[in-house]
Design a protein around this ligand. Sequence first.
Ligand SMILES: Nc1ncnc2c1ncn2[C@@H]1O[C@H](COP(=O)(O)OP(=O)(O)O)[C@@H](O)[C@H]1O
Ligand SMILES: [Mg+2]
Length: 376
Amino acid sequence: MSEYSREQRKPRVAVVFGGRSSEHAISCVTAANVLQAIDRDVYDVVPVGISTSGHWVLESGDPERLSITDGKLPEVDVTAMPVLFGANRELVVSEPGTVPSTLGEVDVVFPLLHGPWGEDGTIQGLLEMSDIRYVGSGVLSSAVGMDKHYMKVVFQAAGLEVGPYVVIRDRDWVRDAEACRKAVDELGYPVFVKPARGGSSLGISKVNSRDELDDAIVEARAHDPKVIVEASANDPREIEVGVLGGLDGGPAEVSVCGEVAVSGGGHDFYDFETKYLPEGEDYLALSVPADLPADVAADIRAKALTAFDAIEAEGLARVDFFLDADGRVVINEINTMPGFTPTSMFPRLWEESGIDYPTLVNRLLDLAMTRPTGLR
Ligand SMILES: Nc1ncnc2c1ncn2[C@@H]1O[C@H](COP(=O)(O)OP(=O)(O)O)[C@@H](O)[C@H]1O
Ligand SMILES: [Mg+2]
């Protein structure tokens, strides 16, 4: 494409959503909202779905089909036209038995994917290889931010307090399950058993005694052969903070603090149902801003920036903390592609900090457009 015609057209955004992880449906819901928020006077938009089996298609992006209706979770339309990224940043229709045809050059990708094969550096690597700009963190940062073990290693090195934990890799469990159980016993019950690279609370169990432990490990291993077991924080409040990459090379910005509180209905932690399903809403309270003394809020916000920089995140992240009964601030996790529906915590934190949903979406695209490709 000549420089002349490049100037004549709007930058093209491919919103990539769905994906192979168990958070496929949540990604679809997010995409429906982001697709509606992108300023069409500024950007051309191409919705690209990745099916649960990993096939890339040109999606309609129809917001109705991509929402949760009657408790039914949405999915990418696998019958849509297959596409892939070709040379020169072009999106190419790749129907078997037909001559490939191009849909044109993509200037920036919004990878709205949660979990493995999306939030973990894999699609970021693919885009780096193709020299395509994208929203959010790079390869290393995404990979570290996905892994609940390695993020703790990096956080600790940056001086942040993390809770005690044990890692159970596939080989540990297969070779000596009893040694794994003993290591967990040392933490003291209750413990939280988690897939190391999961999200949306899928595969997570709170375990109150050793006789519940094996079932929880088997459940976590169904999501990831690498499992992390954490000591339970002492009756914690859950405080979350949004971070946005700075414009024009400036410092990252941090939102107000928000609080998540779960109670009743048999939910003793922030599980999938309370996060996403309508029936969970009765047991969930999001407070933005969180009711915190000013010095505690300032400390948590500073720690969120430390965490963002520690993993060298870019663009956006949500950093989640436990404020325990003794007033200790323990970092739980960072999410490099946080939940992003208009009612999700991340957009609500920014709304309260003066940046509304469409502004947030378009700012993320502007940030990605001005970022150089290649090593940064
Ligand atoms: N160590 C812990 N102590 C107390 N509660 C925890 C702990 N780990 C997780 N939880 C509870 O489980 C929820 C989900 O865990 P989290 O590690 O944030 O996983 P996900 O990445 O799926 O969000 C948390 O929001 C919290 O309610
Ligand atoms: Mg979480």
